[in-house]
Design a protein around this ligand. Structure first.
Ligand code: ADP
Ligand code: MG
Length: 345
């Protein structure tokens, strides 16, 4: 491309909220044959809100589930003093149908997430506060990228995150599995709340799943239209996420991405590998993402496109910035590239 054509394309882009970092990017975009979308914050709003809290009562036979809508009754699990005995408002049962056991789970989960910058964690904290819960300050907060968080609350070690996080800590997730699946098939992100008792704790409460919390997100208005337009142009469209398969497929179905093109439960370090695998031979992928966890994949892709509201790390790793955060603008970037380069042939 001539410098003039490149300048025209770059400035048309800028006027349309599509910032190309350099003239050569226009040519790279032209060679793309697949588009890989991150899910959370890219295809979806990334504005999570807490939708469900479930208390899992540990029992010798492996646990019993209490649904969020479970009939009222004696809810305090026996032998698990800490997780159940201290609803923050004393005897005041919270309104809106949340039982004391569920309040206890939400309080612990929110405390563990208090210092989290992840939208999933922030939604839990906001949800707890909306329920009038006084969220305690945890100690030893630790973020485990792509898995969840751990922190010490009331002397016990809390884990909030996916199955891998708890399994790696030696906690059996089976008692929560039915609830996890139910919530995931609704497209929600369900998270386990695990608790490792303090060494000095009386009794011998085991490390266990004490609850499940779920956040829901909404698909962006232009996501389905963007996927359809890309597929019309002959591009292969994929969804790549750290979230679990059931949730990811529910979102993929909403936006028109084929189930075979869903790659779920991908750890941040492996997102780039998935992109590389789509670039075997002389294939070229465009990765579209917003998070720190997308940065390696954005860098590995023939073209990385970051959302303007994305993290600085993502924007730095990318070649294009989509200032309006709209999935539809991926098509715009491709059209601008094709239009500009064809004119100068
Ligand atoms: P995505 O690829 O959708 O942006 P991440 O890679 O950030 O997701 O996270 C993958 C999964 O790890 C989440 O779906 C969730 O199960 C778990 N997870 C990550 N961060 C947190 C957190 N702060 N609290 C609870 N769970 C988390
Ligand atoms: Mg994301």
């Amino acid at each position: 491309a001539t410098p003039a054509a490149t300048m025209v394309g770059t400035s048309i882009g800028a006027n349309n909220g599509v910032v190309f970092k350099g003239g050569d990017i226009l040519e790279r975009v032209r060679d793309v044959d697949s588009v890989v979308f991150d899910k959370t914050g890219t295809l979806t709003q990334g504005e999570m809100s807490l939708t469900d809290v479930v208390a899992i009562e540990p029992t010798p036979d492996g646990g019993r589930l209490k649904g969020a809508g479970a009939p009222a009754g004696p809810q305090a699990p026996t032998g698990d003093a800490d997780a159940s005995a201290e609803p923050p408002t004393g005897d005041d049962a919270p309104e809106s149908g949340v039982t004391p056991a569920e309040t206890a789970v939400l309080r612990l989960a929110a405390a563990a997430e208090r210092n989290s910058e992840h939208p999933l964690g922030q939604a839990i904290v906001d949800g707890a506060e909306a329920h009038g819960i006084d969220v305690p300050e945890p100690t030893d907060f630790e973020n485990v990228p792509g898995q969840g968080v751990t922190a010490t609350v009331d002397g016990a070690r809390l884990l909030v995150g996916n199955r891998r996080l708890l399994v790696d800590a030696g906690i059996d997730t089976a008692p929560a599995e039915d609830e996890m699946r139910r919530l995931e098939s609704e497209g929600k992100t369900a998270m386990l709340v695990g608790r490792v008792p303090a060494a000095a704790e009386p009794g011998d409460a085991p490390s266990a799943v004490v609850g499940v919390v779920a956040d829901a997100d909404t698909v962006k208005p232009t996501a389905a239209e963007a996927v359809a337009a890309l597929r019309d142009r002959g591009l292969d469209v994929h969804l790549l996420t750290g979230d679990n398969g059931r949730t990811a497929r529910a979102v993929a179905e909403d936006v028109g991405i084929a189930p075979d093109n869903v790659r779920a439960e991908v750890l941040p370090d492996h997102k780039a590998d998935v992109v590389e695998s789509l670039q075997e031979g002389d294939r070229n992928a465009m990765m579209v993402g917003d998070g720190v966890n997308d940065a390696p994949a954005l860098a590995a892709a023939h073209v990385g496109a970051a959302l303007g509201s994305g993290t600085d790390v993502a924007i730095e790793a990318a070649d294009v910035t989509l200032m309006r955060d709209a999935p539809r603008d991926v098509t715009k970037a491709i059209r601008i590239s094709a239009g500009t380069l064809s004119k100068i042939k």
